[in-house]
Design a protein around this ligand. Structure first.
Ligand SMILES: Cc1cc2nc3c(=O)[nH]c(=O)nc-3n(C[C@H](O)[C@H](O)[C@H](O)COP(=O)(O)OP(=O)(O)OC[C@H]3O[C@@H](n4cnc5c(N)ncnc54)[C@H](O)[C@@H]3O)c2cc1C
Length: 366
């Protein structure tokens, strides 16, 4: 066979949580699988690092234990806005873990399960009908049985998600910094959320003791502020408690991602093409359930393939299964990011903090 054109039984493009969960499940069931990941090694990802109880359960199912990676337990949600601070218990234990650590553990587990992981190789484009992809080294790889698309927020030429052309999708920003002892104490056991006009900031402690600060913001707001520093300066004036946190992040290195289409889900697919993780559905990050959805959809897609279900059937079932968490998360995002509804919601939750717990429960995939 021509070395520049190879056929593999199953192919996974993208080695984030969705791709690794897919590859692991296939390999453990005796299916030959090759996963292509463009990053050569462990890397930072724009993510809040919050692992809900459903993500922790999916990880346990895959044999990856977050505690062994040093994940910090989280039992409470703190919401801060307009000088008000509300705390509510989460329905079950959650955790904080950097994506650098989590994703590497998952790729390692997939490799141990028998998947072939090719790192540092970018897929340049693909052909959904032919189940083939072009690699940056000029070679072509074709999936004999199924292709799993797990490139997250990144589109693959020829296989891009059919997103509506409304634009204005969110921008994500993330930095990690060393918190002072008072902030360590304040964040121990807590996920802290600071909703503001057109976005929110999330803060937690990750495995190395640093604080993970993540923001999601409308592109217009970032554009108006001109720079990340300008945005942070504006937020610090608007939200005093967030301002105290931001001061400690001075000098931290920010990474960003744009065009995050919250609320979107694939309604169908080609017969042997399975879209997993953010390629299949994108939950508002405020809900902190994207990792759980990535893991769960990866496992579900691999199991669908093993059962003989087509990519299209899997996609329609996944769209139905993810509908409620996506819808509730979009509602919460709307209420959090608009001044009037946010004030009303904060007022209601001050009287009944259980409402925040309910919101956390209704946005879970499992
Ligand atoms: C601001 C923000 C905060 C968030 N916070 C949280 C949170 O706290 N908790 C939570 O559960 N979820 C959170 N999410 C959601 C979560 O990050 C995503 O849902 C999750 O990362 C999706 O996983 P994935 O595997 O589908 O994609 P990704 O994690 O994006 O992984 C895709 C992989 O594919 C690789 N890749 C891409 N293109 C190519 C290519 N052409 N060739 C080869 N490889 C390629 C990438 O390098 C990457 O490794 C947040 C999202 C945002 C935007």
């Amino acid at each position: 066979m021509n070395a520049d054109r190879r056929i593999v039984e199953t192919l996974v493009v993208g080695g984030g949580p969705a791709g690794s969960a897919t590859a692991m499940t296939l390999a453990r069931n005796g299916v030959a699988v090759e996963l292509i990941e463009r990053q050569p090694g462990a890397h930072d990802v724009v993510c809040g690092g919050f692992l809900g109880w459903d993500a922790l359960a999916a990880l346990r199912r895959l044999g990856v234990h977050a505690q062994e990676q040093g994940a910090r337990p989280i039992s409470r949600l703190r919401l801060a806005s307009g000088g008000h601070v509300i705390e509510a218990r989460l329905p079950r234990m959650a955790a904080g873990l950097s994506r650098r650590c989590l994703d590497e553990a998952l790729r390692h587990a997939a490799e141990t399960a028998g998947a072939t992981i090719r790192r540092g190789l970018t897929v340049r484009g693909g052909d959904a009908a032919g189940l083939s992809v072009r690699l940056e080294d000029g070679s072509e790889l074709r999936a004999g049985a199924a292709l799993f698309l797990a490139t997250g927020k990144h589109e693959l030429r020829g296989m891009a998600r059919p997103l509506p052309e409304r634009g204005g999708w969110a921008v994500g920003l993330r930095a990690a910094f060393v918190p002072d002892p008072a902030l360590v104490a304040a964040l121990t056991g807590v996920i802290e959320l600071h909703p503001f006009d057109d976005g929110y900031a999330g803060l937690l402690l990750q495995e190395d003791g640093r604080a993970n600060l993540c923001l999601s913001v409308a592109p217009e707001r970032l554009r108006a502020a001109r720079t990340i520093d300008g945005l942070l300066a504006g937020l610090a004036l608007e939200a005093p408690l967030l301002g105290e946190r931001i001061v400690q992040a001075a000098g931290a290195e920010w990474i960003s991602v744009s065009n995050v289409p919250y609320g979107w889900r694939a309604r169908g697919s080609a017969a042997s093409l399975y879209r997993v993780g953010d390629q299949g559905s994108v939950i508002a990050s405020l809900a902190g359930d994207g990792i759980a959805m990535a893991l769960t959809s990866g496992i579900a897609a691999a199991e669908a393939f093993l059962r003989g279900d087509s990519g299209d059937l899997f996609q329609r079932r996944w769209a139905a299964r993810s509908a409620r968490p996506l819808r509730v998360a979009e509602g919460l995002r709307w209420a959090a990011e608009k001044a009037g509804p946010r004030r009303a919601a904060m007022g209601l939750m001050t009287l009944a903090p259980g409402l925040a717990t309910l919101g956390a429960r209704l946005t879970r995939i499992a």
